[in-house]
Design a protein around this ligand. Sequence first.
Ligand code: 5RP
Length: 227
Amino acid sequence: MNTEIQKRRAGEAAAQHVEVGMVVGLGTGSTAAWFVKALAARGLHDLRCVPTSEKTADLARDLGLTLSTLEDTPRIDLTVDGADEVGPGLALIKGGGAALLREKLVWEASARCIVIADHAKVVPVLGAFPLPIEVVAFGHKTTGNRIADVLADHDIAAPARVRQADRGLVRTDGGNLIYDAACKAIHDPARLADDLKLITGVVEHGLFLDLADLAIIGTDDGVETIN
Ligand code: 5RP
């Protein structure tokens, strides 16, 4: 299995869904980068692209795509983005690349959303990938404790850990922190999503529910779609 080829196939297939004149949301991550490259290679006229991270903005700009913002183009025709897990009903975990807040803002402003992923990301139950939760830096340990309480209510014993990199705490493009919750299995994603949003200090979480219209999954033989 070649994961990178699978990601590339999914990104290239998704680029075929873009039409001249569209406003396109550009996701973040290695799979979304394949989509951005394939989209740029198509050379379609009159596209305006709304990136979900500074990293994606840099890539798209380098490739000559015309960038816009959610302020200037609040209605997006199509967003294409990767995911960390694709579960039943196209419920997703996102945020491995710490871009979940901008991603969710762009997804929710989109008429249509396509998730692209390699085959290993398709799971029967969400939660093996630690759930990213974006929190404000002020009082983040208190917020982390309240996240742990909510997880315990959901029979999830593992603590949420603040994300660290070599140079210290990871900061999102918005200057916030990420807690990763090693849930193992999320049996009621909708209830957990609601409960996390009620915690003061939580900005957003990586559960993307009822947002994806189509999944394009790269395989060793080509692509498969789920809708
Ligand atoms: C970034 C994301 C990414 O889409 C997700 O982490 C998948 O990344 P990759 O395509 O590199 O596996 O949600 O916040």
